[in-house]
Structures are given as structure tokens and as C-alpha cells.
Design a protein around this ligand. Structure first.
Ligand code: ZN
Length: 181
């Protein structure tokens, strides 16, 4: 697809069933994400990449501590096409919900330099990092699509998933199905 990139948010062991901060049915995103990758010339990903001690862990159980198993991509995710991984939440106080907060590279300029105008966002979790990344991408002027079959929500409160989709739409993000990509 021309001028488009697939962006895989935080598909990491700790967010999958059995992980430190498991997203219910989070593993269900992997098969569709593997399928989607072949449609894109540019595939990018983000990782939650926290230090062992951070204010972020006052809100959440410790997860995705850099260098640990929990921070790794799962074996079942095809990572051969991922050209760059953006690391976020790397400081001792930042949440790093949005991939645009990555500290190892600037995502906005990375995309603009390469002429990317459309961003297809997939991964975990719908109501936190997918939401923050998609909304920020729209604010930054990208045409943004979230593929609903390839995202899953935490749903700390019932309805958080629906609220997240609503907030995305209000910000100009389009919610589409796998078949519509
Ligand atoms: Zn985190």
C-alpha cells in the first residue's frame, strides 16, 4: 500500500494471557497482524520499555521492564518485516501510552521523512496505548485507521473499549475491519 504504514502497538509477552498485565484475549490480535503485514511495505512497532522503577508502576503492576522476557515480542508474532521498534515509557515518570512519546527515535518525523500519510494501527491495548497512539497520529495530520479485529482492550471498567473507539472517531480516526484494509 502506497504512503501507508502498519503500526503494531505493544504486542509484548506481558500484555498477553499469562503476562504481568494481561489484556483479555490479547493473543487474538497476533494472527490478524501477521496476515496484515504482507499488505504493507513499511511495518513498524512500539514497545513499552520501562525501567525497573517508575511512577508508572504506581498505576499498573510492573510490566514490560526493558530487557526482560515480558518486554519481548511473542514467538508467534512475525517480526521479520518490522523495520523499526519505537521504545516508549523509558523514563522514571512517563507513562508512554502514545508511540509518539518514543525516546529512541521521533516517530512523527520518521513517518514524514518517508512520505507516510496513512497509518494503520493495530495491537494492544485499545483503551490505552492504541487509543493514545491513534489520536496523536490524527492530531499530527495523518490519516489514521484502527483495525478493530486486530486490537483488544483492557476494559478495567466495563465499556472502556466502546469509549475508546468513540474517542478515536471524535478525533477523526476511522475504525475498520480486517477486510477493509
Ligand atoms: Zn506501561
Amino acid at each position: 500500500m502506497k504512503n501507508a504504514a502498519l503500526f503494531i502497538v505493544d504486542v509484548q509477552n506481558d500484555f498477553l494471557p499469562g503476562g504481568a498485565l494481561a489484556v483479555p484475549r490479547g493473543d487474538e490480535v497476533i494472527a490478524p497482524i501477521n496476515r496484515l503485514q504482507e499488505k504493507f511495505e513499511l511495518v513498524l512497532a512500539s514497545k513499552d520499555w520501562h525501567p525497573a522503577t517508575t511512577k508508572h508502576f504506581e498505576k499498573w503492576p510492573p510490566h514490560c521492564i526493558r530487557g526482560t522476557y515480558g518486554a519481548k515480542f511473542p514467538e508467534s508474532l512475525n517480526i521479520s518485516s518490522i523495520q523499526k521498534v519505537f521504545l516508549k515509557g523509558t523514563g522514571v515518570s512517563d507513562d508512554g501510552y502514545s508511540a509518539f512519546e518514543a525516546t529512541n527515535d521521533d516517530l512523527e518525523s520518521y513517518l514524514k521523512i518517508r512520505g507516510i500519510s496513512k497509518l494503520y494501527v493495530v495491537g494492544l491495548a485499545t483503551d490505552y496505548c492504541v487509543l493514545a497512539t491513534a489520536v496523536k497520529a490524527a492530531e499530527n495530520g495523518f490519516e489514521v485507521y484502527v483495525v478493530k479485529d486486530a486490537v483488544r482492550a483492557v476494559n478495567l471498567q466495563p465499556g472502556d473499549e466502546d469509549k475508546a473507539f468513540e474517542k478515536m472517531k471524535q478525533n477523526g480516526v476511522q475504525i475498520i475491519s480486517l477486510e477493509e484494509v
